[in-house]
Design a protein around this ligand. Structure first.
Ligand SMILES: O=C(O)CC1=CCC(=O)O1
Length: 96
């Protein structure tokens, strides 16, 4: 199942910069694992915001929930999820 996921990251002012850097590095590592696995299919920066717009490919809602809530930056994120399905005009066989 495909999902559009928009993540806004809000690290509060005054948060320890070293801890923030550690969390960002851990987030990148987790992202790269999930990208290699084909689970985190796409990511784009949202212009002008500390936010990304991503496409996830996961078996079900519960898997996505587990995955998102265990991301290192999750405690600082506002997450919006939009379930997607294949458009009848799509030429991409891997859209599901
Ligand atoms: O920078 C972000 O939008 C948060 C994030 C998600 C994956 C990653 O590497 O950083």
């Amino acid at each position: 199942m495909l999902f559009q996921v928009e993540m806004d990251v809000n690290i509060p002012p005054g948060f320890d910069p070293e801890e923030a850097a550690t969390l960002k590095a851990a987030e990148k590592v987790r992202f790269q694992e999930l990208q290699k696995a084909g689970t985190w299919r796409h990511i784009w920066r949202v212009v002008g915001r500390y936010a990304n717009l991503s496409i996830f490919d996961v078996p079900d809602n519960a898997t996505l929930h587990e995955l998102l809530t265990t991301l290192p930056l999750y405690p600082f994120m506002t997450v919006r999820v939009t379930p997607l399905c294949r458009h009848p005009s799509s030429a991409h066989a891997d859209d599901r």
